[in-house]
Write a protein that binds this ligand. Structure first.
Ligand SMILES: Nc1ncnc2c1ncn2[C@@H]1O[C@H](COP(=O)(O)OP(=O)(O)OP(=O)(O)O)[C@@H](O)[C@H]1O
Ligand SMILES: [Mg+2]
Length: 351
C-alpha cells in the first residue's frame, strides 16, 4: 500500500474507532453454527535425559502436555473466545483425543450436540514431541499425525446434514472451516448452503460451495483456485474478479499474510469493487499458524452485528494481528481487540 492510501486508510479507521468498539461489544449477542474439520493439536515437551540403549534416540523426561483445538476446531474456539454463542458440528473419533476436544469445547460453553462420533475414523490429531537440554531452547523432534484417508460413512454424512438443517433457523450465520479432512461431503455442503449467510474458509475447490456469501482464501488457495500466480496488483484484481465469478459469491476476502488482505465485492449497481487493508502488526510476528481462522472468526462476528464488509475485515485483520504474536494456534478476546485498536491508532498518530 502506498503512503496516500495508507493515510486515507488510517483516517477512516480513526474516525470509526467508537463504531468499532460498539460493534465488538455486540459480539456476545451472535448465535452461530461452525461446521469444521475438527483437529486436536497436541504439544508434548520434555527435558533430554540421555540416549536410549534400545535405539540411537533421545529419552525425554516428560514435562508437559498441552492440547488445543486446531484446524476447524480453531475457528470454533476463536469464535467462542470472542464471546459468540457457538454450536460446533463435525466428527471426532471414539477416542481420548475426541473426548479431550469435546471437553475443551464444553469448558468454553460451546454447544457440542452437532459433534458426532465416527467409530471408524480417529479424531484428527497432530502431536508434536519437543525436547530441550538443560537451559536450552525447546525444539520439535517429530510430529505424529493421526487421521484416516476414508470418508465418513454415508449414514454419518446424512446425520450431520440433518443436524445442520435442524439449526438453519437457530443461527445468524454458518461458518464452514474446511481443512480437507472429510467433513465436507456433498450432503453436508448442500445442507449448509440452505442458510442465507454462509462464510467459507476452504483449502481447496471453492466452486463446490456455489453461492455461499463469502469466501476467505489465503493467497496460495486463491492462486490454486484461479490457476495462475498472483504477484502484482493486476493479477490480484483479476483473481478477485475471477473468484467472484467462479463461486457466484457476494464477497471474496483474500488474506495475504504480511501484505494484509484484499476484499472484492459487488456494489449496489452490480459493479465489482475492491479495497486493501495492510497487515497491522509486522514487527512482533511470532507464529502465523491459524491466523486465518482468527480472521474468519472476527470477520463473521463483525458481519453478524451489522458491520460493512470493510469494517468486518478490519476487525478480522485486527484479531489476526494479536494472535500472530502467540505460539501455535491462538485466540483473542473482545477486550484485547479494543485495546489493540487503541494501540494501533496511538502508534500511527505518534509516527
Ligand atoms: N507475517 C505476518 N505479518 C503480519 N501479519 C500477518 C502475517 N501473516 C499473517 N498475518 C495476518 O493474518 C492474516 C491471515 O494470514 P494468512 O493469509 O497467512 O492466513 P492463512 O494462511 O489462512 O492462515 P491459516 O490457514 O494458518 O489459519 C493476514 O491477513 C494478516 O492480517
Ligand atoms: Mg486458512
Amino acid at each position: 500500500m502506498n503512503q496516500p492510501a495508507l493515510s486515507q486508510f488510517f483516517a477512516q479507521l480513526i474516525s470509526s474507532q467508537d463504531r468499532f468498539c460498539s460493534l465488538i461489544d455486540n459480539f456476545n449477542q451472535v448465535k452461530l453454527l461452525v461446521i469444521g474439520d475438527l483437529t486436536l493439536d497436541e504439544f508434548v515437551t520434555g527435558e533430554v535425559e540421555r540416549i536410549s540403549r534400545e535405539a540411537p534416540v533421545l529419552i525425554l523426561r516428560h514435562e508437559n502436555t498441552r492440547q488445543i483445538p486446531g484446524g476447524g476446531a480453531n475457528a470454533v474456539y476463536n469464535l467462542a473466545k470472542l464471546g459468540a454463542q457457538v454450536k460446533a458440528a463435525g466428527f471426532v473419533g471414539d477416542d481420548i483425543q475426541g473426548a479431550a476436544l469435546k471437553s475443551i469445547f464444553q469448558a468454553a460453553n460451546i454447544d457440542i450436540t452437532g459433534i458426532l462420533t465416527d467409530h471408524h475414523r480417529p479424531t484428527v490429531t497432530k502431536s508434536r514431541i519437543s525436547g530441550h537440554a538443560r537451559q536450552s531452547v525447546t525444539q520439535q523432534i517429530v510430529r505424529i499425525d493421526r487421521k484416516s484417508d476414508q470418508l465418513p460413512s454415508q449414514d454419518l454424512q446424512l446425520q450431520l446434514a440433518d443436524y445442520i438443517l435442524s439449526q438453519i433457523d437457530q443461527v445468524e450465520a454458518i461458518v464452514c472451516s474446511d481443512y480437507g479432512d472429510g467433513v465436507f461431503t456433498q450432503p453436508v455442503i448442500q445442507a449448509a448452503l440452505t442458510h442465507s449467510s454462509v462464510i467459507v474458509d476452504t483449502q481447496n475447490d471453492l466452486p463446490r460451495y456455489q453461492k455461499a456469501t463469502l469466501f476467505t482464501p489465503n493467497l496460495p488457495e486463491a492462486e490454486q483456485a484461479v490457476g495462475y500466480s498472483i504477484n502484482n496488483e493486476k493479477t490480484l484484481q483479476q483473481a478477485g474478479e475471477d473468484l467472484l465469478d467462479k463461486t457466484n459469491a457476494q464477497q471474496i476476502l483474500i488474506t495475504r499474510g504480511d501484505d494484509g488482505m484484499s476484499g472484492f465485492y459487488y456494489d449496489d449497481n452490480n459493479q465489482i469493487q475492491s479495497w486493501h487493508i495492510p497487515a497491522f502488526n509486522r514487527t512482533d510476528v511470532f507464529d502465523v499458524t491459524g491466523a486465518g481462522d482468527t480472521v474468519v472468526a472476527a470477520l463473521t462476528l463483525g458481519l453478524c452485528v451489522g458491520a460493512s464488509f470493510w469494517e468486518a475485515a478490519v476487525l478480522g485483520n485486527l484479531a489476526a494481528s494479536i494472535v500472530v504474536r502467540q505460539f501455535g494456534t491462538a485466540t483473542t478476546t473482545n477486550g484485547e481487540l479494543k485495546q489493540a485498536l487503541a494501540i494501533l491508532i496511538e502508534d500511527y498518530q505518534n509516527l
